[in-house]
Design a protein around this ligand. Structure first.
Ligand SMILES: Cc1cc2nc3c(=O)[nH]c(=O)nc-3n(C[C@H](O)[C@H](O)[C@H](O)COP(=O)(O)OP(=O)(O)OC[C@H]3O[C@@H](n4cnc5c(N)ncnc54)[C@H](O)[C@@H]3O)c2cc1C
Length: 472
């Protein structure tokens, strides 16, 4: 089949590679004029682009994404390692308080990868450029759809800034601000249905490099995130000695509006001892990158049991965005691309069956993570708003026959079974609900909470110290 893919970032390139290797011809239409960089450092320096501002933000490759790469795109997985991306086996994530640190069967499946996002894109672009059945067209904006009209139009190609392009199939991989509903309206199709749940945080991050000759306060290639009372802070390990520090306050918390200033950013991180130690061991190599407008969203292209159009599919952030602190986007993008390719082969020649099957897979592979994220965020936002703005104290979560994510996070400090359950959810290796309701996980989490209460104390600033840092 001739497949036109709108959007040449992670989802578009995952799909192009998988489609090409399944025997299709994929044309990737990317509106930005992307210049191939000679190496990962040049790619990192040129990474910022307004149409995909998240590319300069920290990106962990969660275990599910890593496993899918190994299974479906082993050359890309190998390319990431060759480009300096680091693996972070489960033992590197173990807190000192864990009662037992012996390796267990299955730990390997829970390994995440540490990288800058620009390095992933660099590897993906090189793989796609070398793929005979992929054509990359940069600087070409998709502006609409070609279609056979009808109650349920059938898409036959795309309008672009450089003319029309017929195709057997069109894939929307245009990301979180996808214009697909405008395109559908232009061909007389119904709109998609999008669910939204508040994510509520803003991101401020900065890239650093470990200072040569300095003893680091811990392993560089890990992610250390702490959910503090009034904001979230984190260190994301990267490739080739790079790392990123993050401050993520509530988007509505105006006290943090000066955080883009490097001095304020540094002062706020210095109020948290674990990050002060990292600041002493690393030098900044970029400005502070802010990013707001973050949401949990889930789009379905099958509405009331019928596809809004045939010959059109969507993947990646166009389908689902989730709170970035849990790093789910790349895994959802790759699993969506894999589901697309599998669906085309299972339902070859039947566009309606393809649309319905792919929507069922969104229900199985995407929806559980969207719903989990929406629940985690609602609970955390309510607690933070209570602490910061004095809104009513939230009710404790319903935990009959199940545990919640915050409970598991506390138990994971101490109990090896809860620790692995926590990383199964983070790694997205099975639906979260399966972990929350696992009787063994429920029992050990409850027992651990009974013994240890609310977890080890985290050294964090008083309100006065925080306000002083913000007033730098
Ligand atoms: C702050 C932040 C941190 C994150 N951290 C993580 C993480 O740690 N781990 C993780 O897995 N995920 C993370 N994510 C999510 C991840 O960035 C996204 O899931 C991923 O980028 C989705 O890729 P995509 O290709 O669907 O969309 P995008 O990367 O947004 O790409 C869309 C592409 O489409 C192009 N485009 C748009 N419109 C058109 C058009 N009309 N015609 C042609 N081209 C068009 C754009 O130029 C862009 O290149 C994070 C996200 C954010 C915001």
């Amino acid at each position: 089949m001739e497949v036109s893919i709108a959007g040449g970032s992670a989802a578009g390139l995952f799909a192009a590679l998988l489609l090409a290797r399944a025997g299709h011809h994929a044309v990737v239409l990317e509106r930005d004029r992307l210049e191939p960089a000679p190496d990962v450092e040049s790619a990192a320096e040129a990474a910022f682009r307004p149409s995909a501002p998240q590319i300069v933000q920290p990106h962990i490759v969660m275990a599910r994404c890593r496993q899918l790469l190994i299974d479906r795109l082993p050359d890309v997985y190998g390319g990431l390692l060759a480009a300096g991306v680091a693996e972070a086996p489960l033992w590197t994530q173990m807190p000192e308080s864990l009662s037992e640190t012996t390796a267990r069967a299955g730990d390997e499946q829970l390994t995440p990868m540490m990288t800058r996002r620009s390095t992933i894109d660099w590897v993906l672009h090189r793989a796609a450029a070398a793929e005979p059945r992929v054509t990359l067209r940069y600087g070409v904006k998709v502006t609409g759809l070609l279609a056979i009209p009808g109650q349920r139009p059938h898409v036959t190609g795309v309008h672009t800034s450089q003319g029309d392009l017929p195709a057997d199939l069109v894939v929307d991989a245009t990301g979180r601000r996808s214009p697909v509903d405008d395109w559908l309206a232009q061909i007389g199709a119904r709109a998609t249905v999008t669910r939204q749940a508040e994510c509520g945080v803003a991101y401020f991050s900065r890239h650093y490099r470990a200072r040569p000759g300095t003893v680091l306060p811990g392993l560089l290639a890990t992610r250390v995130v702490v959910a503090l009372d009034e904001f979230l802070a984190g260190k994301w390990g990267g490739d080739n000695g790079a790392a990123q520090l993050v401050v993520a306050p509530l988007a509505a918390d105006r006290r943090f509006r000066t955080l883009r200033d490097p001095e304020v950013f540094t002062a706020v991180l210095r109020t948290v001892p674990v990050y002060a130690a990292w600041l002493d061991a690393m030098d900044p190599i970029t400005e502070v990158f802010p990013m707001a407008g973050l949401h949990n969203t889930l789009r379905r292209l099958v509405v009331d049991g019928t596809p809004v159009a045939t010959g059109l599919h969507a993947i990646g952030d166009s389908v689902c965005t989730t709170n970035p602190t849990l790093g789910r986007g790349l895994a959802l993008a790759l699993s969506g691309a894999a589901d697309l390719v599998d669906t085309l082969s299972r339902h070859a020649g039947d566009p309606a069956a393809q649309a319905l099957a792919l929507d069922r897979l969104v229900g199985q592979h995407v929806l559980p993570f969207y719903e989990d994220q929406a629940a985690i965020d609602a609970a955390r936002l309510a607690v933070m708003r209570h602490t910061i703005f004095g809104t009513p104290r939230p009710k404790p979560p319903e935990t009959r026959g199940r545990v919640s994510y915050p409970q598991l996070r506390v138990a994971a400090y101490y109990d090896p079974t809860a620790f692995r359950a926590f990383w199964k959810i983070n790694g997205m290796v099975c639906p979260p609900e399966q972990v929350y309701t696992d009787p063994e996980v429920v029992a050990c989490t409850r027992e651990t909470l009974r013994q240890h209460g609310s977890g080890p104390p985290i050294a964090q600033p008083t309100r006065g110290q925080l306000l002083a840092a913000l007033a730098q």
